[in-house]
Design a protein around this ligand. Structure first.
Ligand SMILES: [Mn+2]
Length: 378
């Protein structure tokens, strides 16, 4: 139990204490600094070679990211597909168009035009038809079984690899063969780009493929501002040398006027609570999608003096959602965990049932006060 708690603490980025009680429930203390650049290139090479071995031993490879895929999820899936093909194996990417945002839709439209790539995308149902005991399943950009495109795939094979940059949550895929979790990395696309560089021979990437990986890095770092290390630029540089097109990525990220207006409404209602903490609320009786509230929180973070931002709004499912963002000094993961949510140090969220925006705001203010006073167990 002590060893598994230690692995958990290290997997979450270290600098914290994990205490497991007799029922196996884990509590975390600390973890208030943002770890940077502690990972080594040796590990990337070791993982790259281990993954190649697993690919070669398997009959075929099925790759899946998380539901409601983002650029990072799709980009890193494409990267893994190229690695599989480099090793002369068949790889398939599980894709469910449900909940796809406009940017990802634009990317998928481009992929659909490219037969050499589109042919390898399959639906969750198709993936269950082709999976066998000798299939390698590679999960990217998440490590929670409840988040993956097709959870049933995980129990149909004994060979599962997890590649992710999110801090480790308690919910984790059972008995994975190989785990590559780097909370110091900007994005899964950055990790996958490094893995590609350590494969034998030159991996062939088209402009579209390398642009998809670059889009993952650009979105997850907010154009190289958040969680960006020197290795993020190294990965971007490699992708650019493979033809990644920055203007194409910008086109994918162009936004809808209505979305912009709705987001501006949220921002208009923002107030600065204390010590650089901004809180914004949606109008009661009005629904906002999770993407809009997340974007509003991101935008607030670009405002002068704002260190952390929280956006509260009602959702379609009648719950109240909170999206939290931080520049790194305030750990919003710890704050959201206290409200039954989770995420990263700089990027977290929660959804609460049977409550109102006002109640959630009050609860949030109390937790923020407690956090800012410090010393409280997280
Ligand atoms: Mn990601």
């Amino acid at each position: 139990m002590a060893q598994s708690s230690l692995d958990l603490a290290l997997g979450r980025g270290g600098d914290q204490v994990a205490i497991k009680n007799e029922h196996g429930k884990v509590k975390f203390f600390g973890g208030k600094t943002n770890p940077m650049e502690k990972r080594t290139r040796v590990r990337a090479r070791v993982i790259s070679h281990a993954l190649r071995e697993l690919v070669n031993e398997s009959e075929k490879v099925i790759i899946m990211g998380h539901q409601m895929p983002d650029m990072d999820s799709i980009g890193s899936s494409v990267g893994i597909l190229k690695m599989v093909q480099q090793n002369n194996k068949d790889g398939f990417i599980v894709f469910d168009p449900d909940g796809v945002n406009t940017g990802v839709q634009k990317l998928m439209d481009e992929i659909d035009e490219d037969e050499s790539l589109a042919d390898w995308f399959i639906t969750p149902e198709q993936s269950l038809d082709i999976v066998s005991k000798n299939t390698l399943v590679v999960v990217v950009d998440t490590h929670k079984p409840s988040m993956v495109m097709e959870e049933k795939l995980l129990s149909r094979t004994e060979h599962v690899v997890v590649i992710d940059h999110h801090r480790r949550a308690e919910e984790f895929i059972e008995d994975p063969t190989l785990v590559y979790m780097e909370p110091y990395a900007s994005s899964t696309a950055e990790l996958v780009t490094e893995l590609l560089q350590y494969q034998d021979g030159r991996v062939k990437l088209s402009t579209l493929e390398s642009s998809a990986l670059l889009a993952g890095i650009i979105v997850d770092t907010k154009s190289f501002t958040l969680r960006t290390g020197s290795r993020t630029f190294d990965a971007a540089s490699y992708l650019r040398s493979k033809g990644a097109d920055t203007v194409f990525v910008q086109k994918l990220l162009k936004e809808d006027l209505d979305v912009y207006i709705k987001r501006s409404e949220l921002i208009k209602n923002a107030t600065v609570y204390k010590e650089g903490v901004a809180i914004a609320k949606g109008n009661s009786g009005e629904n906002y999608g999770p993407i809009i509230i997340a974007q509003a929180a991101d935008t607030l973070l670009t405002m002068d003096g704002v260190q952390a931002s929280f956006v509260i709004s009602e959702r379609k499912d009648e719950r109240v959602g909170v999206s939290a963002r931080s520049l790194g000094d305030i750990n919003v993961q710890v704050i959201m965990e206290k409200m039954n949510g989770g995420g990263h140090l700089t990027n977290a969220a929660t959804q609460l049932e049977d409550t109102t925006i006002e109640q959630v705001e009050e609860q949030l203010r109390e937790i923020i006060d407690e956090y800012l006073q410090g010393g409280e167990p997280s």
